[in-house]
Design a binder for this molecule. Structure first.
Ligand code: PDD
Length: 286
């Protein structure tokens, strides 16, 4: 089946879908995006993802491409046309097309909107969760506003490639003080020896993951010990468990960090339980 992309008002076969060479997303990475999980054909945590999209747009002073209600329709139509039951829907908004000039273009420049959707192999994902993943640590060389979900992802691309070349699935980014901020495309978590769930606090130096926030709801509902604080690479090596969270992976146990086994070297019990319980706490759209 040919895949369909929504581009600025039109649904097109993906290989016919085009953006202009002077789109500021292409020229300057001047744009933002969201990735939402699709489950049973429905969008997961849409309200929170759309609120974060609005915030990213606001921080960069990019206009909304359309009303939230209209965007909700485009998401559903893109999912439907691609016959996605389980997978992801991707939304990208850039500052639009204008003659190349660093400063913002004229006010009447319309933002560009692209929406795509694709299926995931759920069985394969489940198998990955059962096996757990390896991560490697790399320096966090990103800019100082990674709370904005911008399409400027070159450091993340390089970090992921380093991970892949070392046989790992994710890279954990380490700041100047030896603390893990987050993954290249996920939030990073550990469970300490005394059973506390620990993840980096919100701020300008991590993305406020939607999956992270729902996992915090699960943790609170289950009365587990939780600390939002920085943790070092050394603490991660010594952790009982580790895991990552993101919309496309939900919760994935980490079984090795820089080649050292985490805990007993298998997926942790807490991470596995959080993965199992996640969708009871997430919001599933109509
Ligand atoms: N990545 N941190 C970074 C740097 C991310 O890119 C992501 C998401 C997350 C997790 O956020 P959320 O739980 O809202 O998905 C944290 C998406 C999935 C991506 O770029 O494909």
């Amino acid at each position: 089946m040919s895949r369909i992309a929504y581009v600025n008002g039109r649904y097109l076969p993906r290989n016919e879908a085009r953006v202009a060479v002077e789109d500021r997303g292409y020229q300057f990475a001047d744009g933002v995006y969201e990735v939402c999980e699709v489950r049973g054909g429905r969008v997961v945590d849409e309200r929170r993802h759309m609120a974060r999209l609005d915030r990213s747009l606001g921080e960069l002073r990019i206009a909304r491409p359309m009303s939230p209600a209209a965007l909700a329709i485009v998401l559903r139509e893109t999912i439907r046309r691609n016959r996605v039951r389980d997978g992801i829907v991707y939304v990208q908004v850039t500052r639009g097309v204008a003659r190349r000039d660093f400063a913002f273009p004229a006010d009447h420049t319309r933002p560009s909107l692209v929406v795509t959707a694709r299926s995931n192999d759920l069985e394969h994902l489940e198998q990955t969760a059962v096996e757990g993943i390896a991560v490697v640590t790399v320096p966090d060389i990103r800019w100082k506003r990674v709370d904005i979900k911008s399409v400027a992802l070159l450091p993340n691309v390089l970090a992921k490639q380093t991970a892949r070349e070392q046989g790992a699935r994710e890279a954990w980014l380490v700041d100047g003080e030896g603390r893990i901020t987050e993954g290249a495309s996920s939030n990073a978590w550990i469970v300490s020896r005394d059973g506390k769930l620990i993840t980096h606090p919100l701020g300008h130096d991590i993305l406020a993951g939607i999956t992270r926030s729902v996992v915090i709801d699960v943790i609170k509902a289950q009365g587990l010990a939780f600390e939002e604080r920085c943790f070092t690479v050394e603490e991660a090596y010594a952790a009982r468990e580790a895991f990552v969270t993101s919309a496309s992976q939900i919760v994935l146990p980490v079984v090795s960090i820089d080649g050292r086994p985490v805990g007993n070297g298998g997926p942790g019990l807490i991470a596995t339980a959080l993965r199992r319980d996640y969708h009871r706490h997430a919001e599933i759209s109509e």
